[in-house]
Design a protein around this ligand. Sequence first.
Ligand code: HEM
Length: 394
Amino acid sequence: MTTSTGTETGAESLAGVLLAADEPFAHRACPHLAPPRDPSPVRRVRTPAGDQAWLVTGHAEVRELLRDERIGRSHPDPGNRARYAGNPGYDQVTSDQHQVADALHQGLRDALKPQFAARRMQQMRPGVEAVAAELIDQLVAAGPPADLHADFSAPLVLTAIADVLGAPEAERARCVEVMSRGVAGEVAPLLGYVGELSAAKRANPDDSLISRLCATGAPDEQIGQIAMVLQFAGFGATVKQIDYGLLLLARHEADRELLRREPTRLVWAMEEMLRVAGSLSLPRYARADIEIAGETIRADDLVLLDLTLANLDGRSFDEPSRFDIGRAPNRHLTFGHGVWTCLGAPLARMLLTTAFGAILDRLPGLRPTLDAELATGDGAALSGGLPERIDVSW
Ligand code: HEM
């Protein structure tokens, strides 16, 4: 049995383990996915920051820990905790008090959840379809080649997030522009714009997110932070998923033809695209000793839940390396699980089905150029990064 007090020699280098973890990312747009070489579901690793951590790659174990209240995003002694990457954005903990962290987290969920209710998604769908059609019109008018990322996926997702925030139609372009700058790390324009929007919503309330937050008496600063969370958590992952999903369809021509003939299959195909794409979860810390898979995770230990490798666990998925658009059920963990489940998942799913459906309908021959294929293999998703551009033709 390994414990957090185990010696350095007992711990693998995370970089070594992630060499295996790299494969699904690198092969995301390829016909064959690679499951992890080491099947132990819970193991000690050394992080890129040089600290000790537990890496959890088993599907059942990741699910179990995501439901376990003895694990969270707080740490009693933040200055002395183990770190994943030494990256302040990714490594931050929400508090040194577990109860404060839980209250903040619940507050975020309560504020955002109603915004992504099924009824709202149904109301939003025609608008999103219209934007997708407009973007495709522009692609067709300009002719190939195009940058799928900049000319289709990114504006589609940014426009939808602007809509969730409550940017009026006439200001949509400005909101998209300040969010694009936010994505590039320039947050002041976004915060300034959200301040203006809040003032407007206080004067003329509607049912948008910002208006609802204003009604609760939330200060501008907090509203600005929530807007940034949405842009940060929602934008990159969804754009990446649209890009990679379309590259996958280009690679799997028989599946693409089947989906064109029988579009109702798209819902399941999308879940399989989500499974093979995988995703990131934030570093967490144990709040008590936890026994799992024959190991003892000690209180305050760093715990990394690998959603991507959990999606490739042969104990939970038949032939996990096979890209199977008919896979059902498909209990992938790409949106997390339990109290941590992605709040924007209903919006993401609506955007993905709309984007894939529109491209299959209008540009069925869409395919990446060679350069774009190479760009998907750079493992950038591990750090949450995106390929700079995805050149496509049709
Ligand atoms: C395909 C696209 C997406 C993927 C793969 C994805 C994935 C995830 C995952 C794995 C988490 C949990 C992270 C963790 O607990 O460590 C999460 C949380 C979250 N996501 Fe998403 N997400 C996507 C799209 C979106 C969108 C479109 C939005 C909103 C506009 C959004 C908003 C959020 C928020 C607010 C949280 C925090 C939830 C919490 O802390 O309880 N996501 N997402």
